[in-house]
Ligand binder design. Structure first.
Ligand code: ADP
Length: 757
């Protein structure tokens, strides 16, 4: 297996470098020569002869040098047109006045009793005249047959049958030994997908040929000039003689039918045993989809009409192909697009991105033809189908971030590009990636498993490289076409354009959903902020306005208690009213404090924590009346913040620590702090009643107290105030506590962000 992988890599690098030395650069459209089965004349715009093939003398009684520089009318007599002076000029003028000068529309002409096709072509400057034999040994009436052929071809709706019919019909028209349909793959190498041949010939069906067998510029010519005949690989070529200093190489023979063939290609055909070759281009969406490649093993010329009929068949085939391909694509794309639409609806509902893509019947997986899909989003990995494990996925994300600079990337041979993927070839030989955010490393990824395939090449596809005296590398065509089988591993089925298109559609939908969600969060934040402000204003007003009525209740109940006419029971009730009023007054005071936290936005100042803590300690010791109580301040680090608020934090925490440890035999409260680099953390520890784990979150909410503290005074507001102040200072608060084990409250102040906001 490994050898094959190396082979593929070698082959790819070979094709990209050495391959280009002489094949891809050979100027095959300006060879300065033509094939032997006709003669060529070039005219300038004044109809004077600017170039002529040397072999003209073999067809008419004049030499090339005698023609050069003369007006084309000197050939009238020799071409049997003495009675219609300057008939070629008239012919050209007739063609020119017609809408669209048909480049290869032939004119039948008789010279010395033989029929020739005169093929006229307009060049950038001047004209190209080619005289080509009309001879044909086929008795088939092409005009009669072509209609029948076309209906035969189109009688099948199946694409491969359509191609098969076309090859059969063309074989009938041109009478060649073999007619193949040769299809180009994405990497430009070709494969024989139809092989209609004479009995006894070896089948070439499904044989692959490397891209270098048909070099780039030859493929370009196949798009411009749809048919190409090589009448006899052994026939001598004829040079084109040019007028004066004109280079014969200057004649662009792109549209010529007689253009001589590259010696490399001639050698290639000879090595294959082919004597004549004819090819017709199959074009799909402006690209060379394939060729109808026809071979004859003895020289065989096919005339213009036969070639034109074959070309017509190929053009009809091209259209049918486009239509069929479109039909197939449309069915596929309709399914995939329907999945994208469903997912986008799911995204539009008030759903999270991961839920919308993974938790419904239609999932991210259905958007492409894949076997697994992954979403990297919000520091999470979401998966469905067959995917690699999280360890590899994390590595893959790093690799994508580092090496892939495209928003959309696909490969059908990931393990060859990233060796870490080799152990995951069963699910990740192919990946299609859409990037949501490079900064956040967020991606949508689809996976395809390994597909081991066997390719049979027509001989070892590496052409031998020879180095000449000057050290220049060149390639000579293969001499052996013995079948050479190759196993291709570590690759998946290729990704289709429809897959990529639908993945990109989904990527847009997800990006839109993310930005919409981000906006919603911003709006919600704004609303919460506003609600907080309103709540603060409300709490402040209520607590402020309640102060007076509470004082009145207290005042009147005190007056009432002094009334001697009240019996004991009434006295007791009045006392409870007074206590209630006190409690209410405290609560209102606390709420007032709570609401005021939102108000403070003083400039942060450095706070002398030793002083603050020692003052608080002294007050607490005086107020507690407990000689057993000890408060230890182990060390202090100054903080930056709002002095009043920071004082409230420590006063509340220390108060609680003292309050909830008063039942201990030796109540002990300790304050210590630590600088972790980024934060300063204070810990307030007590040996009091402790807090149940279930209450750890609840006690920071307004008015929430644990059930165990019914006998302790308090309103449940203190820790809410502390938490709010910590938020204001971009700090954190948390605790460690168990019932009966005391409590430790931690407050962490971020040194960078501790300024109040
Ligand atoms: P209050 O102490 O006025 O009830 P707080 O908001 O300060 O209100 O505290 C909320 C609740 O947290 C308390 O009622 C108590 O149940 C629990 N608590 C706070 N600090 C301590 C502590 N050091 N030890 C035990 N329980 C505590």
């Amino acid at each position: 297996m490994y050898i094959y992988e190396r082979y593929i890599l070698n082959h790819i690098s070979f094709m990209n470098t050495t391959n280009l030395t002489n094949c891809d650069y050979e100027p095959i459209h300006i060879p300065g020569k033509i094939q032997a089965h006709g003669f060529l004349i070039t005219l300038n715009d004044d109809f004077n002869i600017s170039g002529c093939s040397e072999n003209i003398k073999e067809f008419i009684a004049i030499t090339a040098t005698e023609c050069l520089g003369k007006h084309i009318s000197i050939l009238d007599d020799l071409l049997g047109k003495a009675n219609s002076p300057s008939f070629i000029v008239q012919l050209i003028q007739l063609y020119t006045t017609r809408k669209g000068f048909e480049p290869a529309n032939p004119y039948l002409i008789e010279i010395g009793g033989l029929h020739y096709n005169l093929i006229l072509c307009k060049q950038t400057t001047g004209y190209l005249l080619e005289f080509e034999n009309e001879l044909s040994d086929l008795d088939l009436d092409i005009r009669d047959n072509i209609g029948h052929s076309l209906s035969e071809i189109l009688s099948d709706t199946d694409l491969s049958q359509l191609l098969d019919n076309a090859a059969n019909e063309i074989k009938k028209i041109i009478g060649y030994d073999r007619v193949m349909v040769y299809r180009f793959h994405e990497d430009d190498h070709g494969e024989v997908i139809v092989d209609v041949k004479n009995e006894g010939l070896e089948s070439l069906l499904n044989i692959h040929y490397p891209a270098s067998d048909i070099p780039k510029q030859a493929r370009h010519l196949y798009i411009k000039n749809l048919t190409r005949i090589i009448a006899d690989v052994n026939a001598k070529t004829s040079d084109i003689i040019a007028l004066g200093s004109t280079m014969t190489m200057a004649f662009d023979l792109t549209h010529s039918t007689l253009r001589a063939v590259s010696p490399i290609h001639i050698q290639y055909l000879k090595n294959m045993g082919v004597a004549s070759s004819f090819s017709i281009s199959i074009i799909h969406k402006g690209q060379l989809w394939g060729l109808i490649a026809c071979h004859n093993y003895s020289p065989r010329f096919i005339n213009y009409k036969q070639r034109a009929a074959s070309r017509l068949i190929s053009q009809v085939l091209s259209s049918a192909l486009s239509y069929k391909q479109m039909e197939l694509d449309q069915v596929r794309i309709a399914d995939l697009q329907a999945a994208v639409e469903t997912l986008s609806k799911q995204l539009l509902r008030n759903d999270t991105v991961d839920h919308a893509l993974f938790e419904h019947d239609v999932k991210i997986l259905h958007v492409t033809e894949s076997t697994g899909a992954v979403l990297f989003f919000d520091n999470q990995i979401y998966k469905c189908g067959q995917t690699p494990d999280d360890d590899f996925l994390k590595d893959l994300r790093i690799w994508l971030n580092e090496y892939i600079h495209l928003d959309v990337f696909s490969t059908d041979h990931l393990p060859q590009q990233n060796p870490l993927a080799i152990p995951y070839k069963d699910c990740a030989s192919g990946i299609l990636v859409c990037r949501l955010s490079k900064e956040m490393g967020e991606y949508l990824i689809w996976f395809k498993p390994e597909r081991i395939s066997t390719v049979t090449w027509a001989g070892n596809p590496e052409k031998p490289v020879t180095i000449d005296d000057q050290g220049i590398a060149s390639i000579s065509p293969r001499t052996s076409f013995a079948k050479w089988t190759q196993t291709i591993a570590l690759t998946s089925e290729p990704w289709k354009k429809t897959d990529i298109k639908c993945a990109m559609l989904l990527m847009d939908e997800v990006a839109f959903a993310i930005s919409r969600k981000a906006n919603e969060v911003r709006v919600l934040n704004e609303r919460i902020k506003k609600a907080y402000e309103e709540l603060d204003a409300f709490s402040y007003t209520i607590s402020h306005d309640l102060k007076n009525p509470i004082s009145s209740i207290k005042g009147y109940s005190q007056l009432l208690s002094r009334n001697p006419s009240l019996n004991d029971q009434a006295q007791y009730m009045v006392k409870r009213i007074e206590e209630g009023a006190d409690k209410m007054k405290n609560m209102v005071g606390d709420v007032l404090h709570y609401s005021l936290v939102g108000e403070y936005s003083r400039k942060p100042t450095v706070i002398d924590m030793a002083k603050l803590l020692n003052d608080t300690k002294d007050e607490l010791l005086i107020a507690s009346h407990s000689p057993a109580l000890s408060i230890n301040i182990l060390n202090t680090i100054d903080l930056i913040g709002d002095p009043t608020m920071i004082m409230q934090v420590f006063s509340n925490l220390l108060n609680n620590a003292v309050k909830y440890s008063k039942e201990a035999k030796f109540p002990e409260v300790t304050v210590a702090c630590e600088d972790t680099g980024e934060t300063v953390i204070y810990a307030i520890r007590d040996n009091g009643i402790g807090i149940e784990a279930g209450d750890h979150g609840k006690i920071f909410e307004l008015f929430k107290r644990s059930d165990r503290v019914k006998d302790y005074e308090g309103s449940g507001v203190g820790l809410s105030i502390v938490r709010r102040i910590m938020d204001k200072h971009s700090g954190k608060i948390w605790l460690e506590s168990e019932p009966g084990q005391g409590s430790v409250f931690y407050v962490a102040f971020n040194k960078e962000l501790s300024g109040v906001h």
